[in-house]
Design a protein around this ligand. Structure first.
Ligand SMILES: Cc1cc2nc3c(=O)[nH]c(=O)nc-3n(C[C@H](O)[C@H](O)[C@H](O)COP(=O)(O)OP(=O)(O)OC[C@H]3O[C@@H](n4cnc5c(N)ncnc54)[C@H](O)[C@@H]3O)c2cc1C
Length: 486
């Protein structure tokens, strides 16, 4: 439903104003909205899409359910960050977690990641018996608090840490492959970000919600409404309106004006500052710094509905990471140029939740890295309209090399390109994780949620603490506290 100006109040109608207006119903925006509404604030979330969740949403085709982006949750143990958000907001999300959460296939090695993480460490030790001390040291450091490792590791990259910890090159390579989830090469990723990723997504990862990822976003949205919050869908913010250096509301693309003295943007930082604000409202130094920040590249996804029981072919029943080269990510990052030939991740959600596919059939999701605009002379929309089927088929062939032919059993095939990710979420160039978690862009060095415009905040993967569902949910918690403290 498009929103109408008559359903909202005028700028001077203070009694009916929203205390806080949030642009975007990704998990970051929804989490922030929940905390603020719980504290008694009158909050409106404005979402351009027809459903909530951003990258954490799902869609249905012919009886199959596919997750758009997020495929696995982490940080859900009782002291995990995501667990704490769910507890504080009294949100119930039922999950399953297979015994083996991830399986890494690379030249010379097949490495299982067990739910019982001690087994993972034992299995790594059996592959690398001379590295026992290094493995113990690495995982002991992983468990240390951020505050205790921050002074030692703040300027170190992940490569610095693994090079200093392990003698074996293949083991360094394997730890780098496991790092794939952070969106860059080991020599640029912050050691602190990497240790956090190992702790929250590898040691404590692999949770999958019953009914698919949309259930997570819906749980946040339903709770927000129960707390008195309001959400409008199909409404795109076109402009954040500023007067005397402070926001007083937003204007949507249909011309609707919605007043509020505090605006929180869950949209990409670059979209927020370049498209929604007039550059005249920002100091030039801030804009220059913004233009120097690096962001992660995008991805190509293939969603397949397969009319056969794939559990017979894909074992163990968990996320499969397939790399053709062992030193990828340690030496070079496949996402930057398109990993079509050397790297595919395969998710199989219906293995764990049978209702996500028709009986005896399965949904398979394939993903690899891909640049937004591979050819400078062709715009991204045109390029991907003309090429996404070709690259989608390459991914299917890659998958078939490992798990056998599926072509004849394909009932549903959808391909999402970097342009698709951009179109549905407005993330800059379809960036998967927002700013790259380099040493200069992680922790306190990541772009601040407070902006040069007083009363305008950022929430989600383009600000602190970082990307991924648990981190952006935390970001919502953090920003709500900032706003409530004023
Ligand atoms: C392919 C892929 C796989 C991933 N896998 C995982 C995983 O397994 N586990 C994990 O934890 N993380 C994963 N991630 C990362 C994770 O999805 C993100 O870090 C996180 O979901 C980002 O949440 P967010 O709230 O910051 O923003 P987003 O999810 O990007 O949501 C932003 C919202 O703002 C809306 N919006 C933007 N501009 C406007 C506007 N002008 N007006 C109105 N609305 C607007 C968008 O429509 C969108 O709904 C994955 C990401 C991708 C792309």
């Amino acid at each position: 439903m498009a929103i109408r100006v008559s359903s909202f109040c005028r700028k001077d109608d203070v009694a009916n104003q929203y205390d806080v207006l949030i642009i975007g119903a990704g998990i970051g925006g929804l989490s922030c909205g929940n905390y603020l509404a719980k504290a008694g604030k009158k909050v409106l979330i404005i979402e351009q899409h027809y459903k909530v969740g951003g990258y954490c949403s799902s869609f249905d085709r012919k009886g199959y359910r596919f997750d758009v982006g997020v495929h696995s949750l982490g940080s859900m143990r009782p002291c995990g960050h995501f667990y704490r958000v769910l507890k504080e907001l009294e949100l119930e999300i039922e999950t399953v977690r297979p015994e083996i959460t991830n399986y890494l296939r690379c030249p010379g090695y097949e490495i299982p990641i067990y739910k019982d993480f001690a087994r993972t460490i034992d299995s790594l030790k059996s592959f690398f018996p001379t590295e026992q001390a290094g493995l113990d040291a690495f995982f002991a450091r992983m468990e240390q608090s951020f505050a205790s490792v921050f002074p030692i590791l703040r300027d170190k990259t992940f490569k610095d840490v693994i090079d200093a910890t392990f003698q074996s090159l293949p083991l360094r390579y394997i730890f780098s492959l496991l790092l794939g989830n952070l969106g860059s090469i080991s020599s640029s990723i912050s050691a602190l970000a990497a240790l956090g990723m190992f702790r929250e997504f590898i040691a404590d990862g692999g949770y999958y919600p019953k009914n698919g990822m949309q259930a997570v976003a819906d749980a946040f949205a339903n709770n927000f409404k129960k707390l008195g919050g309001e959400i409008v869908l199909n409404a795109r913010v076109a402009q954040i309106l500023i007067e005397n250096g402070r926001p007083h509301g937003v204007r949507c693309t249909d011309g609707t004006y919605i007043p509020s003295p505090i605006i929180v943007s869950n949209a990409a930082a670059i979209h927020t500052f370049r498209d929604l604000l007039s550059e005249a409202n920002l100091p030039s130094q801030y804009l220059e710094e913004l233009s120097r920040l690096a962001y992660t590249t995008s991805a190509l996804l293939v969603y397949l509905g397969i009319a056969k029981d794939m559990k017979r072919f894909i074992t163990p029943h968990c996320t499969q990471w397939m790399f053709k080269k062992l030193d990828l990510i340690y030496q070079s990052y496949p996402f930057a140029k398109g990993g079509f030939d050397d790297f595919v991740v395969c998710y199989t959600p219906s293995f764990h939740i049978p209702g996500l596919a028709p009986l005896g059939k399965d949904c398979i999701i394939l993903i690899t890295g891909a640049p937004f605009q591979p050819v400078a002379s062709v715009d991204a929309e045109t390029y991907w309209r003309e090429n996404k089927e070709l690259y989608g088929n390459k991914l299917i062939h890659f998958f078939e090399e490992y798990f056998g032919d599926v072509q004849d059993a394909i009932e549903v095939k959808e391909v999402a390109s970097p342009y698709t990710l951009y179109r549905y979420t407005a993330n800059t160039e379809g960036s998967i994780y927002g700013w790259t978690a380099t040493t200069k862009q992680f922790g306190p060095q990541r772009l601040s949620p407070e902006t040069p415009v007083k009363g305008l905040y950022l929430v989600g993967q383009w600000t602190r603490p970082g990307p991924g569902v648990s981190m952006v949910a935390q970001s919502g918690r953090l920003i709500s506290k900032m706003i409530l403290a004023q």
